[in-house]
Design a protein around this ligand. Structure first.
Ligand code: 5AD
Ligand code: SF4
Length: 483
C-alpha cells in the first residue's frame, strides 16, 4: 500500500519496536521525505556536521554522518553553504558554550536566505536544561535538539521534524541502553575510534561530564571485537578505544572483565596493527594493565594520564582519589615496563583554593614526569558541580599568571622530549598529505609524534619506516627508509 494512502494508525503499526531495525525504518522514511525536499529545491541537498569537544564527540559525529549519507544528503565542508547544519556540542568549559551561541547567531542570518535550510544541535551542552531553555526562547529558528543518550535515534527525530515541520526537542536524563549496528561513516579509511564504554561515575568535583554523559556503561566485549574485526576487514589498521575512563571498563558487565583482558582479546585480531586508548584515570590504572602494555606488540607507546593537579590537597578537593606520590609511582612503574613510552596529561590551573604552594607542586610534577605534551586548562566554573559552590575561587589575574608559567614549562620540556628521537628510524602510519606542502606526507609515530616526509598519496594508510632527521620543536622532518 502507498504510504500516503495509509491511515495514521496503520502507519504507526508498521514501525518496528526493536532497535536498530526501528532506526533503519526511519532512515528509509527520512529518505523519502528528503526526495520530496530535493524535488522542491530542484537540486541535491547538503549537510555539514561541526564537532566541538573530545574524541567521543568526534566518534558520535561519524555516526551522524553515516545516517545522513544513508538518508541521501551530500557532505559539504563549508558550513555556510550547507542545507543542514548540525552542531555536536561540548560543555566541559564555559567558553565552549559561548562559541556555540556566537556561531548560532551567524547561522540564523544564513538560514533566513535559504528556505531549505535546517539546523540541529546535539551533544553534551544539550543535556543542560538551562541551555535548552535559552535556545527555545532566543533561537527559535533551530529545527532539532537532542542529547547524548538518544543520538542513536537521530533518523527517527529527523523524520519527525521533516514530517511535522515544527521544532523537535528530545533530551533524556540518562539511559542504560546501548544500541549496536547502526550505520557510521569514518573520517579516515585506515583508522577509527571505537567506543568501549559510555558515561562516567567518577564525579571529579569540577567536571560536568558525569551529569551530561550519564552513568558508566560498558559495551559487550563481543560487540567490540566484532566491530573491530569488521573495521579491519574494511582496511582499518589502527583503533582508538574510547571511554571517559577506560581503566574501569567491564565493571558493569554481567560477566565482569578488566580493560587489560579486553586489550588482550583485541591484540589477537589479525590485521590490526595499532591499538590506542583514551582516557585513563590514574586511580584505576592497574598493574595488570601496565604488564599488558609492556608485553603488547600492538598497543602504542603512548599513555594519556590526566594529573589535573600536583598538589595532594587540591587533588582531594577535586575528588580525584589519588595523591601526588601515588601518581608519580604509577609513572615510575609504567616507565619501568615500557621505557620508551610517551606520557601526556591534562592540567587544570586555578581550581578553587589553589595557592602558590599548590601550584608549585603541579610544576614539580611536570618537571619530574617530563611530559611529552600536556593540555593545560584554566579552571572553568560549571554550574551544578560541587566545585562551583566552593568559596575561595582564585582571582583571574592570578590564574592567568600561573597558566602562563605552566605553559612555558610544559612547552620547554615537551621540546626537549621531542628532540631525543633525533636520528632514529621509526615506524609511522601515514595519515595525510601535509596541509602546507603537498610534496610532503604526514605520518604518526607509535608515541603520537608527527613526522613530515617526502612521499605521495599512495602511502596513505600504510605503515612505513621513516628516519627522524630534523626536530622542529614538536614535530619532525624526515625521510622514508626502504628496508
Ligand atoms: N575547568 C577546566 N578544565 C576542565 N576539564 C574538565 N572540567 C574542567 C573545568 N571545569 C579538563 C580536565 C579534563 C579535560 C578533558 O578537560 O583537565 O581532563
Ligand atoms: Fe566535551 Fe566532555 Fe562532552 Fe567530550 S564528554 S564533548 S569533553 S563535555
Amino acid at each position: 500500500m502507498e504510504n500516503s494512502r495509509m491511515s495514521l494508525a496503520e502507519r504507526e503499526l508498521e514501525i518496528p519496536v526493536s532497535e536498530p531495525e526501528r532506526q533503519y525504518y526511519f532512515i528509509e522514511r527520512a529518505r523519502k521525505d528528503l526526495e520530496k525536499m530535493k524535488e522542491a529545491a530542484g537540486r541535491q541537498l547538503t549537510f555539514c556536521v561541526t564537532t566541538f569537544g573530545c574524541q567521543m564527540n568526534a566518534r558520535d559525529s561519524e555516526k551522524l554522518v553515516g545516517i545522513l549519507e544513508q538518508i541521501g544528503y551530500i557532505e559539504e565542508t563549508d558550513e555556510e553553504k550547507a542545507d543542514f547544519v548540525i552542531y555536536n556540542t561540548c560543555t566541559v568549559r564555559e567558553n565552549a558554550n559561548q562559541r556555540v551561541y556566537g556561531r548560532l547567531g551567524q547561522l540564523g542570518h544564513i538560514k533566513k536566505k535559504n528556505p531549505h535550510m535546517m539546523i540541529a544541535l546535539c551533544g553534551c551542552m544539550m543535556q543542560e536544561p538551562e541551555v535548552v531553555e535559552k535556545l527555545k526562547k532566543s533561537y527559535r529558528f533551530i529545527d532539532l535538539i537532542f542529547g547524548t543518550h538518544n543520538i542513536y535515534k537521530f533518523a527517527e527525530l529527523l523524520a519527525t521534524r521533516m514530517e511535522s515541520g515544527r521544532m523537535v526537542i528530545d533530551i533524556w536524563k540518562d539511559t542504560d541502553k546501548i544500541v549496536e549496528d547502526l550505520p557510521s561513516e569514518r573520517k579516515y579509511p585506515f583508522k577509527s575510534g571505537v567506543n568501549i564504554m559510555f558515561g562516567c561515575n567518577n564525579f571529579c568535583s569540577y567536571c560536568i561530564v558525569p551529569y551530561v554523559r550519564g552513568r558508566e556503561r560498558s559495551r559487550d566485549p563481543k560487540a567490540i571485537i566484532r566491530e573491530i574485526e569488521r573495521l579491519v576487514a574494511d582496511g582499518v589498521v589502527e583503533v582508538m578505544l574510547l571511554g571517559q575512563n577506560v581503566n574501569s571498563y567491564g565493571k558493569t558487565l554481567e560477566e565482569p572483565m578488566t580493560f587489560a583482558q579486553l586489550l588482550k582479546e583485541i591484540e589477537k585480531i589479525d590485521g590490526l596493527e595499532r591499538i590506542r586508548f583514551m582516557t585513563s584515570h590514574p586511580k584505576d590504572l592497574s598493574d595488570e594493565l601496565i604488564e599488558v602494555m609492556g608485553q603488547s606488540k600492538k598497543i602504542c607507546r603512548h599513555l594519556h594520564l590526566p594529573v589535573q593537579s600536583g598538589s595532594t590537597r587540591i587533588l582531594e578537593k577535586m575528588n580525584r582519589r589519588y595523591t601526588k606520590e601515588h601518581y608519580l609511582e604509577l609513572v615510575r612503574k609504567i616507565r619501568a615496563a615500557v621505557p620508551d613510552i610517551s606520557l601526556t596529561t591534562d592540567i587544570i590551573v586555578g581550581f578553587p583554593g589553589e595557592t602558590e604552594e599548590d601550584f608549585q607542586e603541579t610544576l614539580d610534577v611536570v618537571r619530574q614526569v617530563r611530559y611529552d605534551s600536556a593540555f593545560t586548562f584554566i579552571y572553568s566554573k560549571r554550574t551544578g558541580t560541587p566545585a562551583a559552590a566552593m568559596e575561595d575561587q582564585v582571582p583571574a589575574d592570578v590564574v592567568k599568571d600561573r597558566f602562563d608559567r605552566l605553559l612555558a614549562e610544559v612547552q620547554r620540556i615537551a621540546g626537549e622530549m621531542c628532540a631525543v628521537h633525533q636520528g632514529s628510524v621509526q615506524t609511522v602510519l601515514v595519515e595525510s598529505v601535509n596541509e602546507h606542502d603537498p610534496k610532503l606526507m604526514t605520518g604518526r609515530l607509535s608515541n603520537n609524534l608527527l613526522v613530515h616526509f617526502p612521499g605521495d598519496e599512495s602511502l596513505i594508510g600504510k605503515l612505513v619506516e621513516v628516519s627522524l632527521d630534523e626536530c622542529r620543536g614538536f614535530y619532525y622532518i624526515g625521510r622514508q627508509i626502504c628496508i
